[in-house]
Design a protein around this ligand. Structure first.
Ligand code: PGA
Length: 247
């Protein structure tokens, strides 16, 4: 089975870039694959959907970078509900990215509610977790990651499928990548955790943080790791297509 390649554009891009890049990916056999997921700024999702539908025969999946914790319509200024995302064929949503934790102070409770809302609406959550540099330097990363995974206990709806993305904060946008052994250690912890708690669910694990075309082959070869979450490198069509070619 092909590994999952998720592009996280964060707050980058503009209308022209979306049109050009999506058209390019849809017409390229390497990227026009069901294991290729594009997490775009939410305002561009309908345009991307339109382009993909117009070209037809496209396998590429769309993701949102965030979702409201509120389940139904209501007076929640600025929010975008999972049901709204689903209307535009969004299949995945990123929850718990360190940038949302840092800049928007998202609590475990909020993140769990977002995961609930996504699952209820048939959207697959990609839950991100990972330690800060000082935590790793103190060799406390497994402890901290184990604590972060406890959030899964707050999820109220039955979990059949879940994506868990290990994103060490010190690796994001820094060009620094953990060794394969370091990633393997965390992947092992995650599988151990879900075996106890989510043994009935299908869990997909991803690694994210400075993934590029020069390190992705090695990262994808790590036993138990099912794919990558790509930030900066996903903004360049050639580079991202190259990354997808290793899946
Ligand atoms: P990066 O970002 O690939 O630019 O390090 C990854 C992420 O934040 O998801």
């Amino acid at each position: 089975m092909k590994k999952l390649i998720v592009a996280n554009w964060k707050m980058h891009g503009n209308h022209n870039k979306i049109v050009e890049d999506i058209t390019n990916y849809a017409n390229n056999a390497i990227t026009n694959q069901a294991n290729v997921v594009l997490a775009l700024p939410v305002i561009y999702i309908p345009i991307a959907r339109q382009i993909l539908d117009k070209i037809g025969n496209t396998n590429i999946k769309l993701a949102a970078q965030d979702v409201s914790k509120f389940l139904s319509y209501g007076a929640y200024t600025g929010e975008v509900g999972a049901n709204m995302l689903k209307e535009f064929g969004v299949d995945y949503v990123i929850v718990g990215h360190s940038e949302r934790r840092m800049f928007f102070h998202e609590s475990n409770h909020t993140m769990a509610k977002k995961i609930d809302a996504a699952i209820i609406n048939g959207i697959m959550p990609i839950f991100c977790f990972g330690e800060e540099i000082w935590v790793r330097e103190k060799n406390k990363h497994l402890e901290v990651i184990n604590e972060q995974l406890q959030l899964l206990h707050l999820i109220e709806v039955p979990i059949k499928n879940l994506i868990l993305a290990y994103e060490p904060i010190w690796a994001i946008g820094s060009g620094r990548v953990p060794t394969n052994l370091e990633i393997m250690e965390v992947v092992g912890l995650v599988h151990g955790f879900v075996q106890n708690y989510l043994s009935h669910a299908k869990i997909t694990t991803l690694y994210g943080g400075s993934v590029s075309s020069s390190n992705v082959e090695s990262i994808l070869s790590i036993a138990g790791n099912n794919g990558v979450l790509v930030g900066g490198a996903s903004l360049h069509v050639d580079e991202f297509s190259k990354i997808c070619s290793f899946a």
